[in-house]
Design a protein around this ligand. Structure first.
Ligand code: FE
Length: 283
């Protein structure tokens, strides 16, 4: 039976600053929505004023979860304590498993112009929190694009499939068996409609990048995040030229203890992370 997901909650982001003064909008990980299991944080950043981003995110540690960076415009150079270094360019994604511990930096590779993108934190289950750090890094050319057609013509709806599988069988470039994520960047020209499957029980949200969309007769405008309730399908209508992210994943249903850049299951494990970091036991 088809059950279209309705909107459970619409969230306005909170203007925040992170790293060395990077201006961003926090949409998950704030007082309005502390987390949406397995998603711990979701930030959107975008500015053409260098002072909003030039400080970047200097070296800092992580343990116990994954960080996902998706760039829309501009370039960021990342570098870490296990010897990886590279540049994420527009349309590229970096899915980093911090695991037992990594120290990394993400710095703008530009002194002016537009820099915009997203950062998502994905929790790891207890059994995987202390794995070796690893990366899945993909450029825009690596990410499959699916074009939707109506009966008579091309609808013009376009999906960039970073992770997950669409109803038509397009498979994303990032693999993650733990939460089986959906991460789609969807463009909808004009008034349009799009339907797909989100497995029942998975937590899901949409973030409107441009334009205005409608889900279950509620409108969501640019910049907002809508948490979806449960169901097995999603139907999204665009009111005007729109672009949005649709993100979903299997909840872990485990206790969450957060301490700054560490996310574990218990307070003791957080204390251990701080002590390991202070004594130089991170890579
Ligand atoms: Fe980081």
């Amino acid at each position: 039976m088809n059950k279209f997901r309705q909107i459970k909650q619409v969230i306005n982001g909170i203007p925040s600053s992170d790293g060395d003064g990077v201006q961003l909008t926090r949409l998950i990980g704030s007082a309005y929505l502390e987390m949406l299991d397995p998603f711990l944080l979701f930030d959107a950043f975008g500015s053409d004023k260098p002072q909003d981003y030039i400080g970047g995110f200097p070296a800092h540690p992580h343990r116990g979860f994954e960080t996902v960076s998706y760039m829309l415009a501009g370039k960021m150079r990342h570098k870490d304590s296990v010897g990886n270094e590279g540049i994420i360019e527009a349309g590229g994604v970096q899915w980093m498993t911090a695991g037992k511990g990594i120290i990394h930096s993400e710095m703008p590779e530009q002194e002016n112009g537009l820099l915009s993108g997203f950062q998502l934190w994905v929790n790891l289950p207890a059994s995987e929190k202390m794995v070796e750090p690893k990366y899945q890094e993909k450029s825009a050319e690596d990410i499959p694009i699916e074009y939707r057609d109506n009966v008579n013509s091309s609808s013009g709806v376009q999906l960039k499939i970073i992770a997950g599988k669409t109803i038509n069988g397009t498979i994303g470039v990032v693999e993650n068996a733990l939460i089986d994520p959906i991460y789609w960047d969807i463009s909808m020209p004009g008034k349009n409609e799009f339907v797909d499957i989100i497995p029942e029980g998975y937590n899901a949200f949409v973030h409107v990048i441009e334009g205005e969309i409608e889900i279950s007769e509620a409108n969501i405008s640019k910049g907002k995040l809508a948490v979806l309730d449960d169901g097995n399908q999603v139907k999204i209508k665009s009111i005007s030229d729109s672009r949005l992210l649709l993100i979903a994943g299997k909840p872990l249903n485990e206790p969450v203890a957060r301490g700054g850049p560490f996310v574990m299951n218990t307070r003791e494990e957080i204390n251990q992370a701080f002590s390991d970091y202070r004594s130089g036991r991170f890579a």
